[in-house]
Design a protein around this ligand. Structure first.
Ligand SMILES: Nc1ncnc2c1ncn2[C@@H]1O[C@H](COP(=O)(O)OP(=O)(O)O)[C@@H](O)[C@H]1O
Ligand SMILES: [Mg+2]
Length: 256
């Protein structure tokens, strides 16, 4: 049974139908790369999944059970965690505080800093995230480290399905690799991940399956094991998938 399913999801903003009947599912422990041109509906779908938007039509199911999310809090209670592009970290606060943000352990009514630091260290070690000290403010961390802290928080706060929006877009090559290996670690720990990305190479590197959206619909799906970058680019551009089978770059491949 899929961990998560969206069935026939529609979402309209005034005159724009951003989602026109989307069927989308994620298996337990699966990494799905969600791709598609700008305006395809990827972010809107992510926001429906994490409870930020309510669909106009269609159903959301978690482990087979229909769910109505009134807010991201409802989705979080169901095990869905989202890391937005801005990460939502508080720069002046420590790494430990950011892992717990809003859910700090308390003792006699006060934040239990000792326990918070110990648990934060444990979370980072488990996810193989290397940070000099959990006491340092996140302002002092690199972009890649910040991304990893935001992901660690999502997992620590109970995420079974973790949604990542362009997690590697703003990073240098080495930090990109750190984030990609963190995504692999999440899968090893049985977490399911949906990663929105424009980077075909990154998706082919970490995902089990690629789902391509176009014009508010899922327009194609491929198992990573049996597809090629050219084929995925062809799907994103809306070309017949057969045209990309020879592996040659597509003549109109502006996205490549
Ligand atoms: N809050 C909104 N209000 C109005 N239109 C929106 C809103 N969010 C998205 N849209 C429109 O819905 C379509 C899909 O957008 P989006 O989900 O952001 O696509 P993507 O993330 O794939 O680039 C676009 O035409 C976009 O302009
Ligand atoms: Mg978007």
């Amino acid at each position: 049974m899929p961990l998560f399913e969206a069935v026939g999801v529609r979402k309209r903003f005034g005159g724009v139908e951003a989602l026109r009947g989307v069927d989308f599912s994620v298996e337990p422990g699966e990494v799905v790369g969600l791709m598609g041109d700008n305006g395809a509906g990827k972010s809107t779908l992510m926001k429906v999944i994490c409870g930020a938007y309510r669909p106009d039509e269609g159903e959301i199911r978690m482990a087979g059970r229909p769910q109505v999310f009134r807010s991201p809090r409802d989705a979080a209670a169901c095990g869905i965690a989202v890391v937005y592009q801005n990460l939502g970290l508080v720069d002046q606060r420590s790494v430990a505080a950011n892992v717990f943000l809003g859910q700090e352990p308390r003792r006699f009514g006060l934040v239990d800093t000792r326990r918070m630091r110990a648990e934060a260290r444990e979370v980072l070690t488990t996810l193989r995230i290397r940070i000099p000290s959990v006491r340092m403010p996140v302002a002092g961390l690199s972009g890649g480290q910040r991304q990893c802290i935001a992901i660690a928080r999502a997992v620590h706060q109970g995420g079974e399905l973790v949604l990542l929006d362009e997690p590697t877009a703003a990073l240098g090559p080495e930090q990109q690799q750190n984030v990609l290996s963190l995504i692999r670690d999440l899968r090893e720990r049985g977490k399911a991940v949906v990663v929105v990305s424009h980077n075909v190479d990154h998706v082919l590197e970490v995902a089990d399956r690629v789902v391509v959206m176009r014009g508010g619909l899922v327009s194609g799906m491929r198992d990573v094991a049996t597809t090629t970058a050219a084929e995925v680019v062809g799907l994103i551009l809306g070309n017949a998938p057969a045209a990309a089978h020879d592996g040659a770059p597509h003549p109109s491949g502006e996205l490549a």
